[in-house]
Each structure stands twice: as structure tokens, then as C-alpha cells.
Design a protein around this ligand. Structure first.
Ligand code: ZN
Length: 113
């Protein structure tokens, strides 16, 4: 499961930060997940709970914000909203578009104790 390895990476980051910033546990993690990134929020919650067990983020709450997909059309030079990575330009139907936003996941914020 793709979400499992993403969660492992998040916990790894949290533990690395803990030794630098000297906190003992993570209360809550805010994530930004792009709508084009093929990451299911529900699967993330499920995977996170499993992976976080016994780690510094055990029992932490996961908040997920979805970031809408945005592409740039090199033919009509418009910034357009897209729902899927392989969508064509809604204005001129040019394909492929340049993905400008919404294809990544990042940790936005972490609340620690
Ligand atoms: Zn276009």
C-alpha cells in the first residue's frame, strides 16, 4: 500500500525533528495532499494509525487538507483547474498540461509536546 510508505516517511520526519527540537511526542500532524497525487485520505488515516503505534506519533491526530489540482496550458497559456493528472486543457483541449499544483504531499504543520 502506497499510503503505508508515505506514513512511514512522515513518522521518520517527526522522529528526526524530535531529536533536533527536543520534543517528546506529536499531538497532531497537518498534511497537505494534492488531489492529483492518488493518495486516499481515508487510507492515510488507516495507515497512519497502524504505522504510528509505538512511535513518537502514537495517538496523534492526522489532519488532511486537499490541495486542488492546477495545470498550465502551453498552447493557450492559461492556468486551469484539473481533476486528474492526465486531463486535457478545458479551454482548447490541448494535452498534456504542465502540472503546477496538487501532485504532491507535504507536512504543513506539526503540534508537539
Ligand atoms: Zn489550452
Amino acid at each position: 500500500m502506497h499510503e503505508m510508505s508515505l506514513c512511514e516517511a512522515i513518522i521518520e520526519t517527526a522522529e528526526k525533528q524530535a531529536s533536533i527540537q527536543q520534543y517528546k511526542s506529536v499531538k497532531c500532524i497537518h498534511l497537505e495532499i494534492g488531489e492529483l497525487s492518488c493518495v486516499e485520505a481515508e487510507a492515510m488515516h488507516f495507515a497512519f494509525d497502524a504505522v504510528a503505534k509505538g512511535s513518537i506519533a502514537d495517538g496523534a491526530t492526522l489532519h488532511i487538507d486537499r490541495v486542488p489540482g492546477q495545470g498550465w496550458c502551453s498552447q493557450c497559456e492559461a492556468k486551469v483547474k484539473i481533476k486528474q493528472r492526465y486531463d486535457a486543457c478545458p479551454i482548447c483541449e490541448f494535452y498534456p498540461l504542465d502540472i503546477r499544483q496538487g501532485d504532491a504531499m507535504r507536512i504543513k504543520d506539526m503540534e508537539v509536546i
